[in-house]
Design a protein around this ligand. Sequence first.
Ligand code: IFM
Length: 774
Amino acid sequence: MTKKMQPVLAYNTGEKDDKSWIITETRFSNTSLGKTEAIFALGNGYMGLRSASEEKYPFEKRGFFVAGTFNKFPGPQEVSELPNAADFLNMEMYLNGQRFDLSMGKIYAYEKSLHLKKAELTRTILWETPQGELFSLEFRRFVSLADKHVVGQKVTIIPLSNAAKITVESGIDGQVTNSGTQHFKEGSKRLLKNRILKLEQETTASGIRFVHFSKHQFRKTTPILDPNHQVVMKRRAVHQHFKAITVEQNESLTIEKISAVYTSLDKDNATEWVEQAQTGFERIDTYDALFEEHAQQWQKIWQMYPIEIQGKDFDQLAVRFAIYHLVCMTPSHDRRMSIGAKGLTGERYKGHVFWDTEIFILPFYILTYPDMARQLLEYRWLSLDGARKKARDNNYEGAMFPWESAWVGEGEVTPLFGDADVVTGEATPVWSGFEEQHISADIAFAVWQYYEYTHDDAFMDAYGYELILATAIFWQSRLEWNDQKSRYEINRVIGPDEYKEHINNNAFTNYMAHWNMQKATEIYHHHLKPEVKLRLEENWQLSHYMAKIENKHHKLYLPQPNTVGIIPQDDTYLSKEIIDLGPYRKVIASLLNTYNMEQVNAMQISKQADVLMLLYLLGDQFSDEIKLANWTYYEPKTLHDSSLSKSAHSLFAATLCETEIAYAIFSDAARIDLGQDLASSDTGVHAASLGGILEAVLFGFGGIQIKQGELHIEPQLPAAWQKLSFRFYWRDCPLQLTIESNRTLVRNDSADIVQFKNGGRLIELAPEKTVFIH
Ligand code: IFM
């Protein structure tokens, strides 16, 4: 009988107090390093650091990203990307001459853990060298939430067999690349005050200056040591070699490495910012003191998002894991930046921002931290120049938002080519930058969703109305008149289902564009203050375009349900061949190993939610029967090849009150990053999926919805859970929702009366009062 291998990841490994806070890799494998490098990545929104080891391995992917620092390598195939900046984690340790390397010798104990509560990475190892000497090693690391520039590392080594001479090579290495592309000039290197390593570099085209510092402190069981060291400078790298420190048997050697990075993008930069950064860094304290301040900030984070699930520890952990990563990837310090599809945890998608932010992540912030949602929308407002340029370049008007965005105002940055075509052997063209146009409406939709929950008029006057109106101006210019059918159409697009290219009248796109234009007319007539109207008139020739929008949008073709209630995904989808998707639903993207895009285009196969996404977002416009009919039709034809798909389907199933189906799909979504598939996160975590998991919990099971501008709370608890509770904001009022198997409570923690609907009843909840609902 073959022995069953234990799963590599263990959950909830902590003691009672640490339950549902810890994820542990229980076995070292030097061929699947990417998983925990990404899912255990550390960050604070300013920077993100993949959790590669101190010592290097051949199949690792080290990664360190500072939000917003985009650079474009010259060349027609290149687009702006977030550079992989200098690596300061690396520490090579030689124990009695033997390099510490887990692919050699024997591992008697190994645990690599991410502790979500305090956002700390740890590794504890009992290792025998190939020469038979036993060592205990402990590694700790954090990216500070208290000082966004600082990273702390602490390594403790204890020789267990005999005394040892330990040599350490450590420094700052700017030789890293983005898979071969070097984004930095050589730069300057220094050792300051015989103690602080400094590397100053500049990105090749965007001219963003980076300054890195690292300093070390060595300690034996008690005293601070000053070991012999030598400074080594190489191209783009500066290191210190600390020589042969003698450590007795069972004595411990602790090495603390504190590093910091500052860039010329930092908003608080004075002219003398490098000098100031240096002075600040010199003052920086020890690991423990810095960690304490950092842990206190994380305690505040967990108080901000008190989402509690009782019944399944894994689900509680998954929710915390999603919140943890959203905090790590959200650039809360700077509205000129937004959230990349991989956060700050990997090179994939080049740090670019997609609709993922507005449709999958923003709803979580709207409900739990509206100011953050507002800031992320301001990034889009600051990007209007790029959207205007994209419209102009394509002979349209208004604001046509890029499918992929990088620096504000830069415009479209979608690469032109992607993976190999299995049939032709050539690189597959990426059409999304030209054809995936729904993003303009998605952004407008998100703006309105934010407004409905917050009634933040100041935001709308300054930014929100402009975003909705400028995108509506784009859409009216985008419509194509079909003389034969006497209607406007939107042709040659890609909808959310990216397995259908160059299609006409994608239902999602047409309905969302229609919604965008209709909302613009409503805003124009009922919401604009005279001074706002005047400004928008100057910026966008508003009255001229409003006449066109009003005239045209009624005549836009909106695909209607057929005789059995199915809304055609586009003009041809329903007439395409249907194949057995069974084998392809088991392995992500396996279809593209058999068929190329042209062939996939000719089949009824969806990559992710498309019509169902429409029915969720514009749920008010469709009956339950239509929703159910389309669910039954489209879900079996969906491969869920995009990580955005599962959470969207879970959410949609919840709106159908299919609680257990919604829960089963939620469970799959929760495992996209956190599950045992050791390759699923190599290139970074899935930001939209993490946002989507939280959406499924709050909006799906929590049942928070807006219908005709009113708040509805219609909760449903999966059988696996005994309790779900969370706090959310409705128009500045904090409300606490507690759902248990036999009762649901809503508590109004504000000083105002709050109105909402439940089970068809209008409920008025007085300040500080609690009500039981269905
Ligand atoms: O935005 C998504 C898209 O919907 C599917 N492909 C990946 C993109 C980035 O996550």
